[in-house]
Ligand binder design. Sequence first.
Ligand code: NAP
Length: 244
Amino acid sequence: MELKGRTAVVTGSAVRVGRQICLELARRGANVVVNYRSSAGAAATLVSEMVELGVGGLAVQADVSVGQDVRSLGEAARAEFGHVDVLVNNASVFPRTPLATLTEEQWDESIGVNLKGPFLCSLEFGRRMASAGEGVIVNLSDWAAQRPYIDYLPYLVAKGGIITMTKAFAKELAPHVRVNAIAPGPIFPPLDLDAEEIEESRAGTLVGHWGSPTDIARAVAFLIEGSDFITGVVLPVDGGRLVV
Ligand SMILES: NC(=O)c1ccc[n+]([C@@H]2O[C@H](COP(=O)([O-])OP(=O)(O)OC[C@H]3O[C@@H](n4cnc5c(N)ncnc54)[C@H](OP(=O)(O)O)[C@@H]3O)[C@@H](O)[C@H]2O)c1
């Protein structure tokens, strides 16, 4: 699917990796809906940058783990652009949750944002794409969903669920809607990662360096524009982290 003239919704996209995905899609001619939860200022700035690129942009506050918020996000996107062709499920929470102190609330939050959120968004946008006879969904998983490390159990379980959900929605929404996932390696460290952990992540790749948000953004664009024959796959973009 060519992005020029299309409309994309990217969840949790005001900052970090999501911001780069928005800019990549906008540079390729798509109107982009920037969904955010708390980063209102950054979302507004990003919309201005995309409008300067000559496409439409819209910032919409919504909690992807809440059904009514996701429906409102859909209504706002359709009111502005008519139809949504592309959904990128990028929003996430990544709290350190050591097993010794892990709580039910932490489980619920990770599953809510990282798994239920993409589910609700895929229902909201995917069913309409199927009715329209065209559409693409890209989910963000994680290389570690298949090789879990310690201290992040609920997050990793949610990201593992994304792999199955990607394949299940690919079947449910076939033949006209394609659904794929990206499994990033180390791209953008969370604020609480110390220098030693950052170095460990680097050393754990085959290529010997961290990736960049641009690596993910280009992979998202490839899954949308590169081939209409790819669906139900999980593409590692991880510098070889999975095979080390
Ligand atoms: N960064 C990496 O190295 C890496 C590695 C592997 C996988 N990934 C995956 O790649 C994606 C992007 O990574 P990232 O590090 O840029 O993500 P991130 O910083 O963890 O989260 C991106 C955004 O998600 C938003 N968000 C959180 N809860 C939300 C909710 N309930 N509703 C709507 N938005 C919500 C936040 O928006 P606000 O700021 O507006 O609150 C946040 O800025 C994520 O899915 C992540 O799991 C990243």
